[in-house]
Design a binder for this molecule. Structure first.
Ligand SMILES: NC(=O)c1ccc[n+]([C@@H]2O[C@H](COP(=O)([O-])OP(=O)(O)OC[C@H]3O[C@@H](n4cnc5c(N)ncnc54)[C@H](O)[C@@H]3O)[C@@H](O)[C@H]2O)c1
Length: 293
């Protein structure tokens, strides 16, 4: 898509972090933006700030893990704007549980329900309409570098993000094979300065117990909070997304994870056993200073 002015975007998880930065970038291009998310109050506060700047934004409270709510989001968007040119399946949650076998099933279901089924619901509700309408359109699915390499912590999160990468790659092939006028990109951020750790706790459903954690895991989580604060600005990520949409580029890699990806692929091709990614020096530095203090 070359021109975005007067086109319509839908962003899920739009109240803060990367989603909010996407809304900022799209409205700056003259787009009309539907801000979707689970918390109407936070969305309204964010939307009011955009309206004050003269932007056309519209809030629709939506739980992306619920197919009926995402279908309603699509219907309301079409009823108001008549078309959807950009869909960002961005809403997501993190869940730092213990091992994969100790993670409660409700925790698995929650993470997969939001991070994976949220994207499936978005594609299911919006893509048929995007294929039917006139002109080009584009879908951006937010995965993570955790969708490109695997770790032994936050396993359900990594599994959900690998699935989003796989789904997006298949979708790209499907759309190419039918010469559709709809493109797709997968956004794989490394650390970005957002409040995902705290917003995920806030959104934890009542039936999903907070992950039981050892002292070691709690320390790692606190270190991770600090680490994200030193991460990339969400505005930079949003600019990278804009460029990818304009260039019709599939992979959006915000950080250089070449070494870890190469190691994984090399092991696969050589039929060698998986090995952990090298420890992140920045995260190690934060952990050491926390242990030292
Ligand atoms: N921050 C990072 O370092 C990082 C790295 C890689 C990937 N990501 C991914 O980026 C995306 C955005 O995360 P962020 O870092 O901006 O954090 P964030 O917490 O600011 O944004 C996530 C948004 O999703 C919303 N949300 C949660 N559950 C929802 C549901 N069921 N339905 C609708 N909305 C829901 C939250 O309320 C929040 O507004 C996520 O998919 C996340 O996994 C973030």
């Amino acid at each position: 898509m070359k021109t975005l002015k007067d086109k319509v975007a839908v962003v899920t998880g739009a109240a803060g972090g990367i989603g909010r930065a996407l809304v900022q970038a799209f409205t700056a291009q003259g787009m009309q933006v539907v801000m979707a998310g689970i918390n109407a109050e936070r969305l309204t506060i964010a939307a009011d700030e955009f309206r004050k700047k003269g932007s056309d934004v519209f809030v629709i409270e939506t739980d992306v893990s619920r197919a009926d709510q995402v279908a309603a989001l699509a219907e309301k968007t079409i009823a108001r704007y008549g078309a959807v040119h950009l869909l960002c399946n961005n809403a997501g949650v993190s869940y730092n549980s213990r091992s994969s076998w100790e993670t409660p099933l409700a925790g698995w279901e929650w993470v997969l329900g939001v991070n994976l089924m949220g994207v499936v619901h978005g594609i299911h509700a919006f893509l048929p309409r995007m294929l039917e309408q006139e002109g080009a359109a584009h879908i951006i699915n937010t995965a993570s570098t955790s969708g490109l390499v695997m770790n032994s912590y936050a396993v359900p999160y990594g599994v959900s993000k690998h699935a989003v990468v796989a789904l997006s790659e298949s979708l790209h092939l499907e759309l190419e094979s039918c010469k559709a006028n709809v493109g797709v990109s997968v956004l794989c951020p490394g650390p970005v300065d957002t409040e995902i750790v705290d917003s995920s706790y806030r959104n934890l459903p009542r039936e999903v117990l907070p992950p039981g954690r050892s002292d070691e895991a709690s320390l790692l989580e606190e270190a991770y909070r600090h680490y994200l604060r030193q991460g990339l600005s969400p505005d930079v990520v949003a600019d990278q997304v804009l460029s990818a949409v304009k260039e019709k580029r599939f992979y959006i890699l915000t950080h250089d994870y070449r070494e870890a990806i190469e190691t994984r692929m090399h092991n696969l091709l050589e039929e060698k056993n998986p090995e952990p990614s090298p420890p992140n020096p920045k995260l190690m530095e934060i952990l050491e200073s926390m242990l030292g203090s």
